[in-house]
Design a protein around this ligand. Sequence first.
Ligand code: NDP
Length: 291
Amino acid sequence: MELIDGNLIAATIIAELKAEVAALPGRKPCIALVRIGDDPASLSYVKKKEKTAAEIGLTSRIILPPVTISQTDLFALLDQLNADPTVDGILVQSPLPKHLSEVAVFRRVSALKDVDGFNTLNLGKVAQEDETGFVACTPAGIMELLARSGVDLKGRHVVVLGRSLIVGKPVALLALQKKAGANATVTVCHSGTTNLPALTRQADVLIAAIGRAEFVTADMVKPGAVIIDVGINRVPDPTKKTGYRLTGDVHFPSVSPLASKITPVPGGVGPMTVALLMKNTLKAYRLQTAS
Ligand code: NDP
């Protein structure tokens, strides 16, 4: 079994981006990070994004609207950022408070600054295999992780657990694309899937993104499969200072001995998501400045 080290691969991408940013003349790329409310996971994600941006030499602008902000006021804020020539990328950290529609908010972000890749136009471009758009960071990160770990999906059976717009659907579309590194046969499973273990056992590459702690167990996996664990679940653990431990959607102790390659949680897909956000920000800058 080989551990796929997301921290190491993300660090390589970050170093590549840092060199690219250092070579840019004039203004550095800027990402606006909009965080609404005090969700502790959102707080730590935004901090990590800010820190990584600084490490690469990107500027970040943190915007903290009140948790009670109306959709109309949030739209006005996004319109301002969309029109601001010094802002290249815009990210609205999810989850949003219940009174706001995530899909409507994602649609409001200009497609040219949509570094999260959730705007309708950019999701459509993934389906059309049009590389001028932005690919959502976690699915893009998974594809980079596979490519940089020497996993070619061509002709392989990829089984995706989960059909969210953020992970499951776009990663399935990416694996399906008719291009080098992809070109897989793809099965997507969800809560309505019957006999799920029979499908996961057929996977050459299993991508688990359902948000259920340690859901995938050894009996659900084909020996020699590549396992990508996207899940980030907080499981209560009184022995930890935080009171919880982080675990994925895969039961690592029983599945890892069977896998040919596997990502850990933490330290697998998570760091790639942040690295790909930075890559998208540089792409957005190049789009805005035509450089
Ligand atoms: P969502 O809750 O939006 O989607 C979960 C998906 O899993 C849904 O399609 C749901 O089915 C399916 N599902 C849930 N339970 C089951 C089950 N028992 N059997 C089969 N399918 C099931 O989650 P996200 O896609 O946003 O996130 C998934 C996980 O990935 C979470 O743990 C999240 O924290 C993590 N994540 C990690 C990131 C990273 O950077 N590493 C980034 C984004 C997410 P249905 O559609 O039928 O409801």
